[in-house]
Ligand binder design. Structure first.
Ligand code: PMP
Length: 444
């Protein structure tokens, strides 16, 4: 339930984590028979729930045909059909997919494609990919260089670039003590100032998660925020990369969360829900205008991994996308999210430690405070998020930590993000179990 790498302490594994036996729909069952409602889809990944027959069948079919071909020798029907389907469902001219295996690889590939784009145009100075504090773009060193998650950066500072440069759109705790839209989106305007200081000729791109997930708990910018960011990027010849690793594939309702702000990114990173946990797969989506100088120039994207575009993973992802599409699951996400938020707001009335409820669709963040009025966070030593997660697990519900103990600026926060396939009765059960956990936490 934490960032602890249990592989390093294998003999203790069973004492730390329950051993999962099987999963069905929104539920997981451990070896002792205990049932858990997966209210965070694992790490916001199991987007269509567990044990879905259509996906298992697609895996079997692909395994019978071919499981692996190397991407510079062959392509596969699975990879080609997946790329076609994504292009069909994605906004604008994001018609090119470069498949990788994790969100970190996807954001690093996006970064490299942005740098390569400028090189193909004869510009070799644009090598920085700026970002925001409190963002998370992945754990590999390039992705971590772009990440503003101070806790995850701390150990590796000497190896990292200083790419996070501006405040996040954290309206609940606005560093300027202002309110949107009267604030004039001053946190977005910071980007303009930073670009002037660093020099646009040094900057290839700006990367942002449309809704900040792991490092803050569904921090959702106000209406015109991305319009301002995009305008600053365009005016300065800087590409805009949307990190939709968590928000993509319908998590917030539409295929890409950028649609909520009506903006078209130049490059998009996808991951997590792409394979819905059935196989590791992620992607950098690239627009026609960014691919054009690459296709007429060196013709290859300078990135890739042995298992990129693995047919087995591509077949899974295609089956996930077809499942979402055929069952019109994305269309129901907004309604389900609104219902869940309404129920959580009821709990907020009873539990004043719930300071803020935010997010879109089925990506919902809760931030906890000592006092709703002055928003005083709990002391770090109280370990509120960790305790709540443990109590939740005892009550048979899995929630995701987001923001606990990161940088002293943001407080205790969690994400509630169940599979998009969750039914109303299951949302009611989720709320009931979460209520029990809150009760255990506050009955001390
Ligand atoms: N970007 C975002 C927005 C994420 O939430 C994550 C994972 N939490 C990543 C990138 C990294 O993905 P992965 O863990 O698959 O490398």
């Amino acid at each position: 339930m934490t960032d602890t790498n249990t592989n390093l302490i294998k003999p203790m594994l069973e004492t730390i984590y329950p051993v999962i036996d099987y999963g069905k729909g929104v539920y997981l069952y451990d070896k002792s028979g205990k049932e858990y409602l997966d209210a965070s889809s694992g790490a916001i990944t199991a987007n269509i729930g567990h044990g879905v027959k259509e996906i298992i069948d697609a895996m079997n079919e692909q395994a019978k045909r071919v499981s692996f071909v190397y991407r510079s020798q062959f392509t596969s029907e699975a990879a080609e059909n997946l790329a076609k389907k994504i292009a069909e469902l994605a906004i604008g001219d994001l018609n090119w997919s470069f498949f990788v295996n994790s969100g970190s690889e996807a954001t690093e590939t996006a970064m490299k494609i942005a740098i390569q784009y400028w090189q193909e145009k004869g510009i070799f100075t644009k090598n920085k990919v700026l970002s925001r504090w409190m963002s998370y773009h992945g754990i590999t060193l390039g992705a971590l260089s772009m990440s503003g998650h101070t806790g995850r950066r701390a150990r590796f500072i000497p190896l990292l670039e200083d790419f996070p440069v501006i405040h996040p759109p954290y309206c609940y705790r606005c560093p300027y003590n202002r309110k949107a839209p009267e604030c004039g989106y001053v946190c977005a305007q910071e980007l303009d100032t930073v670009i002037k200081r660093i020099g646009a000729e040094q900057i290839a791109a700006f990367i942002a998660e449309p809704i900040i997930g792991a490092s803050g708990g569904a921090i959702t910018p106000p209406k015109d925020y991305y319009r301002v960011i995009k305008e600053i990027c365009e005016r300065n010849n800087i590409l805009f990369i949307a990190d939709e690793v968590m928000t993509g594939f319908g998590r917030t309702g539409p295929m890409l969360a950028c649609e909520h702000w009506d903006i078209e990114p130049d490059i998009v990173a996808l991951g997590k829900g792409m394979g819905a946990g059935y196989a590791p797969i992620a992607a950098a989506l690239v627009s026609d205008r960014i691919m054009e100088p690459i296709l007429t120039g060196s013709k290859i994207v300078m990135s890739g991994h042995t298992l990129s575009a693995n047919p087995q993973s591509c077949a899974v992802s295609l089956a996930v996308l077809e499942y979402l599409d055929k069952k019109k699951i994305m269309k129901e996400v907004a309604g389900k999210g609104a219902y869940l938020i309404k129920e959580l707001e009821r709990l907020q009335e009873q539990y004043p430690i719930i300071g803020d409820i935010r997010g879109k669709g089925l990506m919902i963040g809760l931030e906890f405070v000592q006092n709703q009025k002055d928003k005083t966070p709990f002391p770090r030593a109280f370990l509120l998020t960790q305790k709540l997660i443990q109590y939740a697990e005892r009550c048979g519900i899995i929630i995701y930590p987001a923001g606990a103990g990161i940088d002293g600026v943001n407080g205790d926060a969690i994400l509630i993000a169940p599979p998009l396939t969750i039914k109303t009765v299951e949302i009611d059960e989720l709320v009931k179990r979460f209520h029990q956990a809150l009760k255990m936490l506050t009955d001390y």
